[in-house]
Design a protein around this ligand. Structure first.
Ligand code: ATP
Ligand code: MG
Ligand code: FE
Length: 345
């Protein structure tokens, strides 16, 4: 079965085709980062309008790259939430219109399930069960995953997400939006030991996180430098970037290790944009063998939002028998707020 999938929950328009038998055939992506940069963050109305502009050309390109036509598509999938309402509506309407026009079923996908299953697109593919560390711009969660649709929350952030901590600290350091990758690049030239930053909830005894205090600690260091009219020089900014990254990576890795010990599982899957972070990857590659465990990551370009993970999640749900493929049901809704625990298995 050929599934055409759409992602439009935030500032990336993604389209992909997955064959339930052969896997990912093609995907295309347009990121709106450059467009939102001058505003320092995502402007929802601009995001929706840009999704409208991009989605059909990307669909044509994806099908052409896969050597397919619209007639080859057997089902359509789209991100139904969580995300920006207007942005979600673009992908949902296009998917439902496509399905209605060609008399196909349409499958609503939870964006976080897309992130969560994306490491299964890597080679080697992790077997179930595993612990998943989901670290994106809006979420930080540890989950026990026993199979497709079988997700148990082990812990999560009580305030900011890890990606948000990267982005907000980056902003304080005068880096653009989204600051995570920029902060990581800057940290490469820094000395993490020059600034001592807190590791919030490192010893809390549970698997929850808190990152809002870290941003405040970074702000305090910036303010201290600005006192008496000074500024952080380039080296100090790089050192502070390195210290921030080290603090975030330390907490994420320590809690992921704790989750492995607690569950007795030997596989850790890291998903979401922060999963692209080199230091996090290196740290886990180094520490997990001591637990006789191993980390799995999505292909780098599939860490942040993309259509491939949505078409793929739909494919996995179809194969697991979790989807009722109805051709006569095209009334739809999007869910800007939607807890992963609420998806029907
Ligand atoms: P959600 O999926 O929770 O709705 P999102 O879709 O915005 O949020 P993603 O696209 O998965 O999140 O990831 C984006 C986040 O990843 C941003 O916060 C970005 O700064 C961060 N990020 C991307 N690359 C890196 C990197 N190399 N190091 C650190 N952070 C990174
Ligand atoms: Mg994004
Ligand atoms: Fe995302």
């Amino acid at each position: 079965m050929i599934i055409l999938g759409f992602e439009s929950s935030c500032d990336e328009t993604g389209v992909a085709v997955v064959d339930t038998a052969r896997g990912l055939l093609a995907h295309a992506l347009h990121t709106q980062i450059a467009m939102h940069q001058e505003y320092g963050g995502v402007v929802p109305e601009l995001a929706s309008r840009d999704h409208v502009r991009r989605v059909l050309p990307l669909t044509r390109k994806t099908l052409a790259d896969a050597g397919l036509t619209v007639a080859d598509v057997d089902a359509v999938a789209y991100t139904a939430g969580p995300g920006l309402a207007g942005a979600l509506l673009v992908g949902a309407s296009v998917a439902q219109a496509f399905a209605w026009a060609r008399d196909l079923p349409a499958i609503a996908i939870h964006h976080l399930e897309g992130h969560l299953l994306s490491p299964l697109l890597a080679d080697p593919r992790p077997e179930f069960p595993f612990v998943a560390l989901l670290v994106s711009g809006g979420h930080t969660q540890l989950m026990r995953v026993d199979g497709v649709g079988r997700y148990a929350l082990l812990g999560e952030t009580l305030d900011d997400a890890a990606g948000e901590a990267f982005d907000k600290s980056a902003k304080l350091l005068g880096l653009g939006y989204p600051g995570g990758p920029a902060l990581a690049a800057m940290a490469e030239h820094g000395d993490a030991s020059r600034f001592e930053l807190p590791r919030p909830m490192l010893h809390s005894g549970d698997l929850d996180f808190s990152f809002s205090g870290l941003k405040t600690a970074v702000l305090t260091r910036v303010r201290a430098a600005e006192k008496d009219g000074g500024t952080l020089d380039d080296q100090a900014r790089a050192d502070l970037a390195a210290a921030t990254q080290a603090a975030i990576v330390d907490v994420l890795a320590a809690k992921a290790e704790k989750a492995l010990k607690q569950t007795g599982l030997k596989r850790l899957v890291v998903a979401g944009g922060v999963g692209a972070n080199k230091r996090l990857r290196a740290r886990l590659a180094q520490s997990l063998p001591r637990l006789k465990a191993r980390a799995y990551f999505p292909p780098l370009e599939l860490c942040t939002d993309n259509g491939a993970m949505i078409a793929f999640a739909a494919s996995e749900r179809v194969k697991a028998g979790l989807v009722t493929l109805r051709r006569d049901e095209h009334a739809f809704t999007v869910r800007p707020r939607w807890d992963l625990a609420d998806i029907s298995a």
